[in-house]
Design a protein. Sequence first.
Length: 70
Amino acid sequence: TKWVSGWKRNGWMTKEKSPVINQDLWQELDTQNAKHDTTWSWTKGHASHADNNRCDELATAAARSQTSSR
């Protein structure tokens, strides 16, 4: 996203000087993003967009397949 470069520059701190939430996930996304030619685009949620709906289905299925370590 547009914010990642700023967070990296600021030691993974927000402009309010608080740690970036889910920093480990953003760092992994940044690492993987650097390996690919990626274009990011915003899609309004809950708007019956076919690709967004498919991503939601996949994310929900993946989340349900995870086991808890608690």
